[in-house]
Design a protein around this ligand. Structure first.
Ligand code: ADA
Length: 557
C-alpha cells in the first residue's frame, strides 16, 4: 500500500497496483456474469476510477477488472483498501468475497495450491439495494472502480489480523496493545513486540479461542504526539513467523468544560472539510495529490480537517499524523431519508462499515474525532435509536476518542445527548440571510445548543461557506463571485476567532471544488456540475478566499 512505513517485513506481500485488464459490462446482470468468460479488451489503472477516464466518463454499470498473480501454496489474503462501491472478488473463477461501501479496507481470502492464479473483480457503481450506503442524491459524484491500493498477502496458518495501539497514559508513557490473530489455537507461539526497533516483549504465549492477545506496556522512551510536535513511534509485533507493524502517537484526546483537549490542553480547531475527488482520478487519490492537499492545509495555517463524508485514504492519514493536522474521520452518509436510515439492512451495512473504518484508521494519532452520518435525520424521533446504535458501536470499538456527527439543523436536533462534541452545519449568507447576519446566526446556534442543555459539550461549526465560480468576479460582489465567498468566510473566521469563545472548532465548507451528482435538481444549483464552495478549485488552484482565510488562520493561529 502507499503508506509511510512498511507494515510487513516478514510476511510475503505483493503489491497488485498497476494496470489491470478491463471490460465495461454496463447493464449486465451481475449474477449472470461468468468471470472466466469475460472479453477483457481494455485496460484500467489500479488504483483508479473507470468513470473518471475519458472513455467511460459518467458511465454507470458493472465493470470487470482482471490481473494475474503467481503464488506459493497456502492461504492467500487479498487486501483491498477501497473498491467503489459494490464488488465481487473471484479467485480462479471462484467467488471469494462480496463487499459494499467503497471507502473501507476489506480482505478476500482463499486457499491456493500455488502457481498462477487469475483474480477478477466485478465493480459496480449503480445505485441499488446491494449498496445501501450509497444513494444517487448525495452531493458528490460517486465514482466507480478499484479506487485504492490492492495487495496480496501469503498467510501462515497462524497469522495476525490486526494490531490496535491505545494510549492509556501520556504521563506514564503507557499504551495498550491488542493483537488479533487467526489460527493455531489451542497451542502456543513466540510473541515479540518491538517499539522503534527496541525489544519490549519477547515471550511464549498461549493461544486460545479468543483470537486476541492484549498487553499493557510502559515504554519509557515514548514522547507525546501533539499538533505542534507530532512525534510518532512504530510498533512491530511478531507472532510465530508472522509480523505486522503500525505507527502510532502517544496522545490522549478528551472533552472537558466545553473544550476538546489533546494531552489535557484545550485545542481550537481551525480548518476545512475535504472531499477525496479529482476531475481526472475520481476518488482515487494519487500520492502526489495527497501530498499536495496536506501541503495546502499547512499553507492555509489549518490544524484541522474533516473528512467529508466518508473514511479517508490511509496515506492521507499518515501524512496528517506527520503534519500534526487533527482529523475528523466519519462514516459514509449524506441526508439519508428517515425510511432509509431506519431500514435494518442499512443499519447492518453501516455497522459493518464503521467496523472497517475503525479497524483501518484507529492507530492514527491525527484522528481526534469519529463521526457518522452527515446531515441525516438526527432531527427525527425515529433517527434517535439508529444514532444511538451507530455511536454506541463507535464507543465500543474505540472508547478513547470523542464521537460526533454534523447536524443539518442544530436548532431542532434530537440526538445531541448521544455525542461528546456537538457539531452544526449552517449556511447563513448563502442558503438564507446575508453576510452581515452571519455572526448572529453563529451566536444563535451556540445559544440554542446551550439552551438544549449541552453547554458543557464542545461545539464545532462543521460546515459553513459559499459558492464561488473560479475566476468569477463582478463589480457588485454578487453571489458566485470569489469576492462574495471571501467576504463571507472572512466574516465567519473573524467572528469565530475574535467575537466568540463558545465555538471550539471550525471546518469551512470546503477545501476543493468537486463534481457532484448528475441529478438535475442538484446540478441546477451547482454551476459546471461542481460544488464550487471550495477555497481552491478542483485542480487545487487557490481562490481569493484561500488567501483571505490563510491570512487570518496564520495570524490568529
Ligand atoms: C451540506 C452538506 C455538504 C454540501 C453542502 C452544500 O451542508 O453537508 O455535503 O452538500 O451542504 O454545498 O450545500
Amino acid at each position: 500500500m502507499a503508506r509511510r512505513f512498511p507494515q510487513h517485513l516478514i510476511r510475503p506481500v505483493t503489491s497488485l497496483d498497476g494496470t489491470w485488464d478491463f471490460a465495461f459490462l454496463g447493464e449486465a446482470d451481475t449474477d449472470q456474469v461468468d468471470p472466466t468468460g469475460i472479453d477483457f479488451s481494455d485496460v484500467m489503472a489500479v488504483p483508479g476510477c473507470y468513470d473518471a477516464t475519458p472513455k467511460y466518463a459518467g458511465r454507470r454499470g458493472l465493470a470487470a477488472y482482471r490481473t494475474k498473480v503467481r503464488t506459493s501454496a497456502g492461504l492467500q489474503r487479498l487486501v483491498f483498501d477501497g473498491v467503489q462501491h459494490w464488488c465481487r472478488v473471484y479467485w480462479d473463477g471462484e467467488l471469494i468475497r462480496e463487499h459494499a461501501g467503497g471507502f473501507t479496507r476489506f480482505f478476500a481470502e482463499t486457499e491456493s495450491a500455488g502457481g498462477d492464479a487469475e483474480i477478477v473483480v466485478l465493480a459496480d457503481n449503480r445505485f441499488d439495494e446491494r449498496s445501501p450506503l450509497h444513494m444517487e442524491h448525495f452531493d458528490w459524484y460517486a465514482y466507480g472502480g478499484i479506487s485504492r491500493s490492492v495487495e496480496l498477502h501469503r498467510l501462515e496458518p497462524l497469522h495476525i489480523d490486526g494490531l490496535k495501539i491505545d494510549t492509556l497514559s501520556v504521563a506514564e508513557r503507557r499504551v495498550q496493545v491488542r493483537i488479533d490473530y487467526t489460527g493455531a489455537a489451542p497451542g502456543s507461539a513466540a510473541l515479540g513486540i518491538e517499539c522503534d526497533g527496541r525489544v519490549v516483549v519477547s515471550e511464549p504465549v498461549d493461544l486460545d479461542a479468543s483470537g486476541s492477545i492484549t498487553r499493557t506496556l510502559e515504554i519509557p522512551w515514548l514522547a507525546a504526539w501533539s499538533p505542534e510536535a507530532p512525534r510518532l513511534s512504530t510498533l512491530t509485533v511478531t507472532l510465530g513467523v508472522d509480523d505486522m507493524s503500525e505507527r502510532f502517537g502517544l496522545r490522549e484526546v478528551a472533552t472537558a468544560n466545553g473544550r476538546i483537549t489533546v494531552n489535557g490542553e484545550p485545542v481550537r480547531l481551525l480548518g476545512v472539510n475535504r472531499h477525496e475527488a479529482h476531475p481526472q482520478f475520481g476518488h482515487a487519490q494519487p500520492e502526489a495529490l495527497l501530498v499536495n492537499d496536506v501541503q495546502q492545509l499547512q499553507d492555509l495555517g489549518a490544524n484541522f480537517v474533516r473528512g467529508s463524508h466518508y473514511p479517508l485514504d490511509p496515506l492521507f492519514l499518515d501524512l496528517c499524523d506527520e503534519a500534526g493536522i487533527m482529523v475528523w474521520c466519519e462514516s459514509i452518509g449524506w441526508q439519508y431519508p428517515v425510511e432509509h436510515l431506519t431500514e435494518p439492512a442499512f443499519v447492518e451495512a453501516q455497522l459493518a462499515h464503521i467496523g472497517e473504518m475503525v479497524a483501518a484508521s484507529q492507530n492514527h494519532p491525527s484522528i481526534i474525532l469519529w463521526g457518522i452520518l452527515n446531515e441525516c435525520p438526527s432531527w427525527s424521533e425515529e433517527g434517535h435509536p439508529v444514532y444511538a446504535t451507530l455511536l454506541g458501536r463507535l464507543r465500543e470499538l474505540d472508547p478513547h476518542r470523542p464521537v460526533t456527527y454534523a447536524a443539518i439543523n442544530a436548532h431542532d436536533d434530537k440526538c445531541f445527548d448521544l455525542v461528546d462534541v456537538v457539531s452544526a452545519n449552517t449556511y447563513p449568507g448563502w442558503y438564507f440571510g446575508d453576510v452581515p447576519g452571519v455572526p448572529a446566526e453563529i451566536d444563535r446556534i451556540s445559544a440554542r445548543v446551550d439552551a438544549l442543555g449541552f453547554a458543557d459539550k464542545p461545539l464545532i461549526i462543521s460546515e459553513i461557506g459559499a459558492g464561488a465560480v473560479p475566476g468569477w468576479n463582478d463589480s457588485h460582489g454578487s453571489l458566485w463571485t470569489e469576492d462574495y465567498q471571501a467576504e463571507l468566510l472572512t466574516t465567519v473566521v473573524d467572528h469565530i476567532m475574535d467575537g466568540q469563545d463558545r465555538i471550539s472548532g471550525l471546518a469551512i465548507w470546503v477545501l476543493g471544488d468537486f463534481k457532484t451528482t448528475e441529478l438535475r435538481r442538484m446540478a441546477l444549483t451547482r454551476p459546471r456540475g461542481v460544488n464550487d464552495k471550495g477555497i481552491v478549485d478542483e485542480y487545487r488552484r487557490p481562490k481569493q478566499a484561500f488567501r483571505a482565510v490563510r491570512e487570518r488562520f496564520r495570524r490568529k493561529g
